[in-house]
Ligand binder design. Structure first.
Ligand SMILES: [Zn+2]
Length: 343
């Protein structure tokens, strides 16, 4: 099969388009012929090499995809060749204490497709049957492929872990990336007032069109501006996936009793900290990674019921996939960068 892969860690120049063996589904697994796949920041981290995460080389990246089932492994019920599907990118063991509780993203052997196993930047991928879901009918192949990782992450952060409710106010740093846009859509759906930040005026304008209530510059005045917009009160929930560059603003923008939810640190993992703000304002700092199968099921159901659509930035043919990595690396995108594979 044709695939995008790399044989050595490094920059985007390592990305090769060529032939890789067609994978065979094992017990409890399904092979999907991909129609489309989508990039995440994770793909750049995996390409660069993650300390402590050994990756077999050559490696095919990609957590997100949508396609048609073409083979099922032993012990798989209820899924047949021809089914149009999307799938949870999380890989869990199904046996540890956390899997037994239905907390798959806490699995002691948790992995992500395209990181711990060959991913979706190929004509076919093998995935766990337990994570397979029918493709929501209102989505195109490109939109369906853009959905899984960011909407699952956003769902767990905001709804399952953050407990965001109607009438609350949420601050989302750095609008334009997949997770922040998914958070904007889900927070609006939940009936919250959403404030977003960006350094790009164009991204702020587009976020307002998508339903953000306020869009403010991402500078070191964010907390002050948020206080002005909220009658000095601050926000109930802060979504911070940026890390070093935004953490202090997150602490200062949160209302008393506020929750700060983190799922990443794209600007670096070691921010300046102000512990007095945490105890005096009784803030909750909440970590979140991917989501459980239950989070996945609820998220897809909400997307289907409310006809939510992920924002697609651009669609690039698989064989030109290196330019997709380059676009992501330059942080130019507003929404998801999608690879067209089948059709
Ligand atoms: Zn497990």
């Amino acid at each position: 099969m044709k695939a995008l892969y790399f044989e050595e860690h490094g920059g985007t120049e390592r990305i090769v388009y060529g032939e890789r063996p067609l994978p065979e589904p094992g017990p409890g697994e399904v092979r999907v012929r991909l129609m489309a796949a989508a990039l995440n920041h994770l793909d750049l981290f995996v390409l660069g090499g993650l300390p402590g995460v050994p990756i077999g080389l050559p490696h095919i990246g990609g957590a997100d995809g949508a396609g048609v089932v073409d083979a099922v492994g032993p012990g798989v019920d209820g899924i047949a060749p021809g089914d149009e599907v999307i799938f949870d990118p999380g890989i869990s063991c199904g046996r540890c204490e956390f899997c037994a509780k239905g907390e798959q993203s806490l699995c002691v052997r948790y992995g992500i497709l395209g990181e711990h196993a060959d991913g979706t930047f190929a004509e076919a991928v093998v995935v766990q049957a337990a994570g397979i879901t029918p493709k929501p009918g209102h989505l195109s192949w490109e939109e369906a492929a853009a959905l899984p990782l960011t909407f699952l992450t956003a769902w767990r952060m905001l709804i399952a872990r953050g407990g965001l409710g109607p009438g609350e106010t949420v601050l989302i740093h750095g609008i334009g990336g997949g997770v922040s846009l998914a958070c904007l859509e889900l927070a609006t759906m939940a009936g919250a007032r959403v404030i977003v930040t960006s350094r790009s005026k164009d991204k702020l304008r587009r976020a307002l069109e998508l339903g953000a209530h306020d869009a403010i510059p991402a500078d070191d005045e964010v907390a002050r501006t948020v206080r002005k917009l909220t009658g000095k009160r601050g926000v109930d929930v802060v979504v911070d996936s940026v890390g070093e560059a935004t953490w202090m603003q997150s602490l200062k923008a949160a209302a008393k009793g506020g929750r700060i939810v983190t799922c990443g640190a794209t600007s670096g993992p070691n921010p300046a900290e102000e512990i007095r703000l945490v105890f005096w304002n009784q803030l909750s700092i909440i970590g979140s990674t991917m989501g459980s199968r239950e989070d996945w099921r609820r998220m897809v159901e909400a997307v289907r019921a409310k006809e939510l659509r992920p924002v697609v930035d651009s669609v690039i043919p698989l064989k030109e996939g290196r330019s997709a990595y380059e676009r992501l690396d330059r942080a130019e995108q507003f929404g998801k960068i999608v690879l067209r594979i089948g059709g």
